[in-house]
Design a binder for this molecule. Structure first.
Ligand code: UD1
Length: 415
């Protein structure tokens, strides 16, 4: 079993370039089903989730060519309407193929991985939006079947779900007439999806706002560059902020990271922002900040919560975090405590009393961002840490140990 061995307790310094955004490339690959003349995506990261999305496209009958960081998709021969169960199980984002399959074929069948998707991360908003557009939805024994001709309509989301907004934009392009989505998610990755679709000629209005208008009509061809990964950058900023030192991130869009930058600036970091460039200078020890509350964009992102918490373990004072998006998103806390962190949680709130020293230990990644947070903690700890179950981390971070080594971290992967 692969593990990371981390010898921490030293400042970091160096340069980085963000990968293409995982949370963008997955919906873009689902959207590729809609392009009548094929499409090419550039700046695709090499991640297991991207491989799973490519496998789904192939299973549906698409021709897919992956060369370097570019993926070309020809969905002209799309026939299959069922996403294989094994692929559903590997990646929850496979739900994003539902909207485009409805748009192209007017039918879709999804198998559920043991009810997990419908349980912990429900898809009710995806399904009720599709019903508003005229789809018939049947759920039985953990599987979902959708069918019918879609007609444009008005959808008011009760919560600005990222995935539901993306799925409904994609479905609405196959509908007759115009669809209006109220309370749409405003995350930059939703904007990237709209950018890709409009590059192919789709008519979508309201990008970056909570009211979107989507005219029925499929995009033709497009060649598009995936946006930089703001969550990957937030993780490396957390590592440098926690360890002390400096980093220059070339190719980052600082505007997407403002809530994270703001919190680290309050904690004593200095930032320089230029076009496509973000520089961070961190003190030896951070100060605590005001309470940090996660929320839909442009609030503090839930995906940055765990790495941020890890960065604040040694901060001088008390930091309070409130997690408002996912109920079970403090699974990294026991591991951060094992490193010596003083964290108390109650419900959605975590209180971190900064300690002077952390010490290396044995850790097990529980999830993608939680696993990355454990590495951020271990990098600040005296002595050696062993972090196993790193397949969780590698789902979302390309060359995780390599990028940290480039910053001077002592980190290696053991097979
Ligand atoms: C996306 C991101 C994920 C990020 C999350 C929130 C991708 C591939 N993943 O996930 O990394 O953490 O946004 O920024 O882009 N909900 C419902 N019913 C639904 C859909 C969602 O109740 O039908 C709830 C979820 O359980 C959760 C909240 O809404 O509590 C936010 O979920 P959502 O915005 O949909 O996140 P994802 O699109 O799954």
């Amino acid at each position: 079993m692969e593990e990371l061995i981390i010898r921490g307790g030293r400042p970091l310094a160096g340069e980085l370039r963000p990968q293409g955004a995982k949370n963008s490339v997955l919906p873009l690959l689902a959207a590729s089903l809609l392009f009548t003349k094929g499409c090419t995506l550039h700046n695709c990261p090499h991640l297991s989730d991207v491989e799973s999305a490519v496998e789904i496209l192939k299973a549906l009958g698409c021709k897919v060519a992956w060369e370097g960081r570019s993926i070309s998709v020809d969905a002209g021969d799309l026939r299959e309407d069922e996403i294989p169960e094994a692929l559903m199980r590997t990646m929850r984002s496979s739900i994003l193929f539902l909207g485009p399959l409805m748009a192209r074929l007017g039918r879709c069948r999804l198998s559920q991985p043991g009810g997990c998707v419908l349980g912990k991360r429900p898809i009710d908003l995806h399904l009720s939006g599709l019903k508003t557009l005229g789809a018939e939805v049947t759920q039985k024994d953990g599987s979902v079947t959708c069918g019918g001709t879609l007609t444009g309509g008005t959808i008011a989301l009760s919560y600005p779900s990222v995935g539901a907004t993306e799925n409904l934009i994609l479905a609405a392009l196959g509908a007759v007439g115009t669809t209006t989505i109220y309370n749409a998610a405003k995350e930059p990755e939703v904007g990237d999806l709209i950018g890709f679709l409009t590059a192919g000629g789709a008519k979508i209005y309201g990008r970056g706002t909570s009211m979107l208008q989507v005219e029925g009509g499929l995009p033709e061809g497009a060649s598009y560059e995936v946006m930089p990964d703001r969550m990957e950058t937030a993780t490396y900023l957390s590592a440098v902020a926690g360890c002390g030192g400096e980093v220059l991130v070339r190719g980052a869009v600082a505007g997407y990271l403002e809530p994270v930058i703001h919190c680290f600036a309050l904690a004593g970091c200095r930032f320089r922002e230029e076009e496509q460039l973000l520089a961070l200078q961190a003190p030896k020890r951070l100060n605590s900040t005001y309470p940090v509350r996660t929320g839909p964009y442009p609030a503090f992102p839930t995906d940055a919560q765990a790495p941020f918490m890890a960065a604040m373990l040694r901060a001088d004072g008390v930091t309070v975090i409130e997690e408002n998006i996912f109920a079970d998103r403090y699974r990294h806390v026991p591991a951060l405590r094992a490193l010596g962190g003083d964290i108390r949680t109650q419900g959605t709130v975590a209180v971190i009393h900064g300690v002077e020293h952390l010490r290396g230990t044995y850790l097990e990644a529980t999830d993608l961002r939680g696993g990355a947070a454990m590495a951020v903690g271990a990098l600040q700890a005296q002595g050696e840490s062993h972090l196993c179950r790193i397949e969780h981390i590698l789902r979302g971070y390309e060359d995780f140990p390599g990028k940290l080594s480039a910053l001077g971290a002592e980190i290696e992967i053991h097979k």
